[in-house]
Design a protein around this ligand. Structure first.
Ligand code: MRU
Length: 345
């Protein structure tokens, strides 16, 4: 099966698939400066928590290779400035901060090495983060297949697929793996206003992968559940707090509430770097607010009156009590999440 690959490191250059142009165009753009990487993340040329982390790691290497310093301390100081800069690109996905921290730690531990060797080690670390994500994706899918049955229909929201990761995605991983194993999971993809990641990205990549996917508008989700057409809901996450509260794309919360009403299991699919034990609960997760234009304009077309007041939070928090299980590469975590997440990590 061919997966859409959203990012590539080749010829010493970072290439990013411009997701703003999907599904119409597959345009790969080279990013050669840290500023270009910052803007690609902030302006959502790429997005999705794991992919943001991977890209930031390459971005920090791209910054590092330009640094000239006379000793390790000076190098670290300049590298931290660049990491702080990249960290400001988006606030909610904890994978961004996790990846930057991991890169800084790698450079920090090489106190005795030459700058050339440190820079090489940083590139290797970014490549490792990228490769590890691929393995993680697969493990998440394998774990899901222990609880999902052949022929089930799964609803998903936003894009936690290949286009948000390195290969199988998180929420989409069981769908791709099921297909590889000759099994079949059907999917309802919610379009995901205002940025339409569900329609532009999830519907596109699942169709490309030969998965049986049906696109619905967000406001159809309750009706589809009421008709008994959904066996499980699986979403990704940008951050899971220590108590299991989970931030994901705006609209996830209402799905979880409806899932409870209809007694449909609501699952969260995450790589362990998305679990943030330093954030005690959902109230402490920073929620990104984005431009009003994402709500008043539909990809270039005005859909609301000039001057209208707009509120555009990009994420919401699903309280842990609405979540049936959190599925990671290390295993399936059931409530009580506070205790079991700690055990898992
Ligand atoms: C595996 S991606 C998990 C989440 O990052 C995803 O569900 C999501 O909400 C993405 O939001 P986005 O604003 O497109 O970056």
């Amino acid at each position: 099966m061919s997966h859409l690959i959203p990012i590539e490191w080749r010829d010493n250059t970072l290439y990013i698939l411009n997701q703003l142009k999907l599904p119409e165009e597959m345009e790969f753009n080279p990013k050669t400066t840290v500023e270009e990487v910052f803007h690609a993340i902030r302006d959502m040329e790429l997005r999705g928590a794991p992919l943001i982390g991977i890209t930031a790691a390459y971005g920090l290497y791209i910054a590092a290779r330009e640094i000239e310093a006379s000793n390790h301390e000076e190098f670290m100081c300049l590298l931290r400035e660049q990491a702080d800069y990249l960290a400001q690109s988006r606030p909610t996905a904890v994978n961004l901060f996790w990846a930057l921290e991991r890169m800084l730690n790698k450079a920090e531990e090489l106190k005795e090495a030459s700058l050339t060797d440190i820079k090489d080690a940083l590139l290797n670390e970014a490549i490792l983060i990228h490769r590890e994500d691929e393995a993680i994706n697969k493990e998440i899918g394998e774990n899901f297949l222990k609880i999902l049955e052949d022929g089930m229909t799964v609803m998903t929201h936003c894009n936690a697929g290949s286009l948000a990761t390195s290969k199988y995605g998180t929420a989409t991983s069981p769908m791709y793996l099921a297909k590889e194993k000759g099994k079949n999971l059907k999917v309802y993809a919610n379009e995901t206003r205002p940025y339409l990641q569900g329609a532009r990205l999830t519907a596109f990549e699942l169709q490309h992968g030969g998965i049986d996917v049906t696109l619905i508008c967000d406001n159809m989700a309750g009706s589809v559940m009421a008709q008994g057409k959904v066996d499980a809901i699986i979403t990704g996450a940008d951050r899971v707090a220590a108590n299991g509260d989970t931030a994901n794309k705006i609209g996830t919360l209402q799905l979880a509430i409806m899932a409870k009403h209809f007694n449909i299991p609501f699952y969260v699919a995450v790589p362990t770097p998305t679990i943030d034990l330093n954030t005690p609960d959902g109230n402490h997760i920073p929620i990104e607010e984005r431009s009003f234009q994402e709500v008043t304009n539909w990809f270039g077309k005005k859909t609301a009156p000039e001057g209208i007041k707009v509120y555009n939070p990009a994420f919401d928090v699903t309280p842990h009590h609405l979540i049936r299980a959190i599925v990671t590469e290390k295993g399936i975590v059931y409530p009580p999440f506070e205790e079991n997440l700690k055990k898992l990590l």
